[in-house]
Design a protein around this ligand. Structure first.
Ligand SMILES: NC(=O)c1ccc[n+]([C@@H]2O[C@H](COP(=O)([O-])OP(=O)(O)OC[C@H]3O[C@@H](n4cnc5c(N)ncnc54)[C@H](OP(=O)(O)O)[C@@H]3O)[C@@H](O)[C@H]2O)c1
Length: 360
């Protein structure tokens, strides 16, 4: 049986859930894909752990066993992995550590599943080109809506159709805060405090509440699903931090429901993206996306309009979205390689790199 060795960079809430789910699904990977899938390395900001034989959940929980300094370039250089799951903090302005991790992983011929958003916002075209050139996968479901399918919806379910517009609720924190404000008729600070008490909002929630998180996810979606490059810094963007109790009372009286929505308009040929508050009638599907729920609405040329509601915000949902990407990669790898032209594999048509055959 071939082995698939996985490395995880960023071992916080999400990285740990990924490791847990990989362990719980080990038998499934053996049965469905004839593959022995093992986590062989993880790293945080200052320390990491590598074992080519595979790391148990017990070993991963024992921070005393971590090697100080085994992080960054050193970690990627040493970890004997076929695939990187990137879950370090998001820094959309610089790309953060994730940008280096992903570039170096490609250099070492690893497939990449990105959950953090910064590197993708900063340089999706460059990363995608490098992956294609090397015949490697770059998957981004965890960074573009997680349990709410967005990229896959467009690429798989609507393949061949033109998507003329798309709008989506993709940030759990803002949806929870707006839902709280409407349900309890409370002000922004109150609703934010409740979201923080529930462990949903960060102690610094401004990335979410100022609309950056939605803007980043929409930009990643545009790049991955449409090949359209969007600059989040210049994107028209509104957050929810300015919403007052008076707004809430007025909206309730009008019978409308506020939602922070990312919008993409491709009807003119160009791709226009923005983030702002939408006031939805009570029968609009977005009104049913309450609390942690997300939603995406797509208008196509030939398959009409579709709306998905659900895919709530949760760490396990995000980890599961990353592992959905893994299953897609494994299926692609199982396909026989396409015949190559005289020039060999090139550009986006290049076949996926085969898994290394590892003896048990
Ligand atoms: N939470 C969600 O539901 C969700 C959903 C979609 C996407 N994401 C994205 O997933 C990523 C992880 O989120 P999270 O909730 O797991 O965050 P988290 O709990 O704060 O964990 C992040 C981890 O990254 C580590 N880290 C910091 N700098 C690093 C570096 N230079 N190299 C390697 N690791 C480093 C930290 O390790 P130390 O403890 O060693 O500092 C920390 O444990 C973020 O980019 C987030 O935007 C999260």
């Amino acid at each position: 049986m071939a082995r698939l060795h996985i490395a995880i960079t960023g071992f916080g809430g999400i990285g740990r859930k990924v490791a847990e789910l990989l362990s719980a699904r080990a038998a499934r990977y053996r049965q469905q894909f004839d593959l022995d899938v093992r986590v062989v390395g993880i790293c945080g900001s200052s320390a990491g752990l590598i074992d080519e034989g595979g790391l148990s959940l017990e070993a991963l929980s024992d921070r005393a066993g971590y090697t100080q300094g085994l992080t960054g370039e050193t970690f990627i250089e040493q970890v004997p992995a076929d695939l990187l799951i990137e879950a370090s903090p998001t820094d959309f302005r610089t790309g953060g550590a994730a940008l280096g991790y992903i570039r170096q992983a490609f250099h070492r011929q690893m497939h990449v599943i990105a959950i953090s958003k910064g590197a993708l916002v900063r340089d999706f075209p460059g990363l995608h080109a490098e992956a294609s050139r090397r015949g490697l996968a770059l998957k981004v479901s965890g960074a573009a809506g997680s349990a709410m399918p967005t990229v896959d919806l467009v690429q798989y379910n609507l393949a061949g159709c033109e998507v003329t517009s798309l709008s989506a609720i993709v940030t759990g924190t803002t949806n929870i805060i707006l839902s709280e404000m409407m349900d309890r008729e409370c002000d922004f600070a109150d609703a934010l405090a409740e979201a923080q008490r529930l462990g949903v909002a960060e102690s610094d929630p401004t990335l979410d509440t100022h609309g950056w998180d939605t803007a980043c996810k929409i930009a990643i979606l545009c790049s991955a699903a449409f090949g359209d490059v969007i600059d989040v810094q210049t994107m028209e963007r509104q957050g929810i931090d300015h919403v007052t109790l008076a707004d809430v009372r007025r909206w309730k009286a009008q019978g409308v429901v506020p939602r922070l929505v990312g919008r993409v308009d491709r009807s003119t040929g160009a791709c226009e993206a923005s983030v702002g508050i939408a006031l939805c009638g009570p029968d609009h599907p977005f009104a049913r996306a309450h609390g942690r729920a997300k939603s995406v609405h797509v208008v196509t040329d030939l398959m009409g309009e579709l709306t998905l509601v659900g895919g709530g915000s949760s760490p396990y949902g995000t980890a599961a979205a990353a592992l959905k990407d893994l299953e897609h990669i494994l299926r692609d790898l199982q396909r026989p390689p396409r015949p190559q032209g005289p020039q060999g594999p090139q550009g986006p048509q290049a076949p996926q790199a085969p898994l290394r055959q590892r003896s048990l």
